[in-house]
Design a binder for this molecule. Structure first.
Ligand SMILES: Nc1ncnc2c1ncn2[C@@H]1O[C@H](COP(=O)(O)OP(=O)(O)OP(=O)(O)O)[C@@H](O)[C@H]1O
Length: 456
């Protein structure tokens, strides 16, 4: 709740005592007023009785300005609005349109944070960025497919979502779908798993989902590589869309020529359009990304000194996800320990992230971070007590991966996971171990997570 709304009663009382000639006047004109909206610089006050607006405006606009400033400590302009006020109408239309667009973004699986506005352009990504803008402006016309490749956490997904947002914003009628190749593969596995009759139906639904798009974005294509049936299905999906002039955007960790297990016919097709790479950002770009994040996440209130930003940018070089993660960790530590942000605190916060040779050490914390991001479940929930399936499965996957990828004893895994006992961890590990023997989709997902944890 905004401070004006919070203190509205206090503001009204002040108006009553200081500016109303009688209780009757207060009850007639002031008491019925409510806060409609508070923007950065204006308080919009709602007047339910339309005929009274002129009188209220004439008599009370200045007193309100004074009372609001005195009670909240901040100066605002005051505007009175009624139900048929142009401002309200415009606002309602704006909200309706925004809700509609947001629904489209959601349908397309887009992360609202990933837009061109929030993407920092540097020498490492300017080619990929320019190609993405060109495709976003004229989907299906300039570069088709657009193939973006680059190392882990360098902004491929961010760019893809930016293209999709831009296309939908320009033309909400376009059908846009973003998926990871993991989703594509797992949905195909599920469709093929059905009995013969329902299999046909499931495949029809699957093909309808993928072949009726104006723009199809497939992230991390490297994860369908080596799976014959998936490559076959993807090949036909690709052809179907391409022949009809629909835009295809693909990302991968390598260029098509270096993906060994990619079928030749897919490789040639990927090379039909434009291949754009993203490299690791240089120091200036890393600083610009940190500053952008500070602005977007409203971190200015922490007054992070330049030297701290420079320390982070100097030490976390090859992965932007880790660059952002470092800042998050630092803020969390500063809050937790109630300490000022300085170099020693930053060094402490970053000690697990920065290793002298920049090699990734697989730790339970790293496993938790990757699983949390993969399933979009916060680490706090993984460590928590909730038992709904959206959380239990990722939590058990963490247990399984800690067991198979690190030497951490089960008891310690339990402690790290917020104090689970040995038996629960052991149960989690066994459950996943057995399930992946028969559940191909889960096994696929776990292999992908393992590669994200340790790409080598
Ligand atoms: N140029 C950039 N400007 C601002 N933020 C960026 C930039 N590049 C990457 N990021 C941020 O870094 C994080 C990781 O980026 P993203 O997920 O797009 O990487 P990716 O290359 O798709 O990684 P992966 O290989 O794991 O799929 C995201 O939070 C993203 O917003």
């Amino acid at each position: 709740m905004n401070i004006v709304e919070e203190k509205w009663n206090e503001i009204l009382q002040k108006m009553k005592v200081e500016y109303c000639s009688s209780t009757t006047a207060y009850n007639a004109w002031i008491a019925p007023l409510t806060v409609y909206e508070v923007t950065d610089d204006t308080v919009f006050i709602f007047v339910a009785l339309k005929p009274s607006i002129e009188h209220i405006e004439e008599k009370y606009i200045l007193p309100f300005r004074v009372c609001v400033a005195e009670v909240t400590g901040k100066e605002y302009d005051i505007a009175f609005v009624t139900e048929d006020n142009a401002y309200i109408k415009e606002k309602k239309e704006f909200i309706a349109k925004k809700n509609q667009t947001n629904a489209l973004f959601e349908q397309a699986n887009l992360n609202p944070k990933y837009t061109f506005d929030t993407f920092v352009v540097g020498s490492n990504n300017n080619f990929a960025h320019a190609a993405s803008v060109a495709v976003a402006e004229s989907p299906g016309e300039v570069y088709n497919p657009l193939f973006i490749y680059g190392g882990v956490g360098l902004g491929k997904t961010h760019l893809m979502h930016s293209i999709a947002h831009h296309i939908l914003q320009n033309d909400p009628g376009k059908k846009v779908l973003y998926v990871t190749s993991e989703t594509f593969t797992n949905e195909l596995i599920d469709a093929l798993k059905q009995g013969k009759k329902s299999n046909e139906m499931a495949m029809t639904t699957f093909r309808e989902k993928y072949r009726t798009n104006d723009v199809l974005l497939i992230d991390d294509i490297q994860f369908i590589i080596g799976k014959e049936s998936t490559q076959e299905e993807f090949f036909h999906t690709f052809n179907h869309l391409h022949v009809s002039g629909k835009q295809i955007i693909i990302s991968s960790d390598k260029p098509p020529k270096d993906i060994e297990t990619l079928e030749a016919r897919l490789r040639t097709r990927f090379e039909w359009g434009l291949i754009a790479d993203i490299q690791s950002p240089n120091y200036e770009t890393r600083m610009a990304i940190l500053r952008k994040k500070e602005e977007l996440d409203n971190l200015q209130r922490y007054h992070i000194p330049d030297e701290v930003m420079q320390y982070i940018a100097n030490n976390v070089k090859s992965n932007i996800r880790e660059l952002e993660g470092s800042l998050n960790k630092l803020i969390a530590l500063a809050n937790l320990e109630n300490k000022e942000i300085d170099i020693p605190l930053t060094a402490e916060a970053l000690k697990d992230i920065i290793s002298p040779d920049e090699n990734r050490v697989v730790t339970p914390e790293l496993i938790m971070d990757v699983v949390s991001e993969h399933f979009n479940v916060p680490v706090t929930e993984l460590k928590g007590k909730k038992r709904n399936s959206e959380i239990v499965l990722p939590r058990q996957i963490v247990m399984y991966l800690c067991r198979t990828m690190t030497d951490t004893p089960l008891k310690t895994v339990g402690i790290i996971l917020g104090g689970k006992d040995h038996a629960s961890v052991s149960h989690g590990v066994n459950k996943i171990t057995n399930q992946i023997k028969t559940d191909e989709a889960l096994s696929n997902t776990i292999n992908i997570i393992k590669k994200k944890i340790n790409p080598i």
